[in-house]
Design a binder for this molecule. Sequence first.
Ligand SMILES: *Cc1c(COP(=O)(O)O)cnc(C)c1O
Length: 402
Amino acid sequence: MTEETDTKKELALHGGKPVRSQLLPYGRQFITDEDINAVCEVLRSNWLTTGPKIDEFESLFAQAVGSKYAVAVSSGTAALHLALIAGDIGPGDEVITSPITFVATANCICYQGATPVFVDVEPDTLNIDPAKIEEAITPRTRAIIAVDYAGHPCDLEPIMALCKKHSLLLIQDSAHALGAHYQGKPVGSLADVTAFSLHPVKHITTGEGGMATTNNEELAQRLKRFRNHGLTSDHRQRQKSGAWHYDMEELGYNYRLTELNGTLGISQLEKLPKLVARRQEIVAQYESAFSKITEIDLPICRTDCNSSWHLYVPQLNLDQLTADRDLIFQAMRAENIGANVHYAPVPWFSYYQKRGYQKGNWPVAETAFQRILSLPLWPGMNTDDVQDVARALEKVISAFKK
Ligand SMILES: *Cc1c(COP(=O)(O)O)cnc(C)c1O
């Protein structure tokens, strides 16, 4: 028997013993007893939905990201949608965004009857390529949604210059990047509106939830109004003033966040610096464990950025391997390592294909898609978990190396 078939036989995929007995997920919330107690306490209070805890969460969040205003909403998707509504984006408008993102980024553009225009990404960060944006701008272009893929801020300086030159609204989808910095400034303080997600796999969670931050007072007021059906006053303002009257000038939604979520958010936000530091620590451990595996390229962080590492996504050097990404994904899953793929290019999904997007228009994104494999990364992972991932990846790569 050759050495190669030997290492292949040891793979759990082929009946060998898996590296772990239980699946290590790719992401997971980090909840403490303080979080739980805080939520129980609010259940005994007078306010269950958008009330004083939401006010407090918003002001602490704004402080944490260095923005003037923060508006809490029911999801990251709602934050993105409200940003477009607040920016008055509608039918006939075009919005430029990245193909390498969660579908929600582009879906929000469709909610408004506008057209997503996908611009290819840079090969190192997989963030939208500023050098390719201008050729996609038309007289109908109204906004750019730049995505901070995996927690690495997009290259905002040239993007902001383009927005200024063409009078475009800049929305930053920072669902991955709470706690990250660009040129020393926190993500959330830079774009016209920044959208964050508070889903359980993100840096901090409220169960479901989101936050939109801005330095623009008018945008902040519009975000708040459209979060509450478009009403000109909310029930607390009416209670204070003793009046029943309100008006609705424009159509809004119910995108409010409850006090239960807000209380959990306050408690989680306190831990944000520690949670980000723990992610960075795990990444450093991965970097030293993987430094000798030449069959993969490790994710980078540019010198003018500080990534908050939502995802850890090496890229496979497929010309050095006998397996494709999907087989390596399956082999890792068989070892009980919750590998994942973030993301298939958004215009490749059936809905977008039906809308007429043609494959092949985003060669950098589409090539990267064949190579990317997300490895588990969350603050509650311990050193044994990190070593399990390293052992499994070495095992799988050595079984499939050319
Ligand atoms: C998670 C995520 C969203 C959506 O956030 P939800 O809170 O799940 O609605 C949007 N964009 C990106 C890039 C995300 O990862």
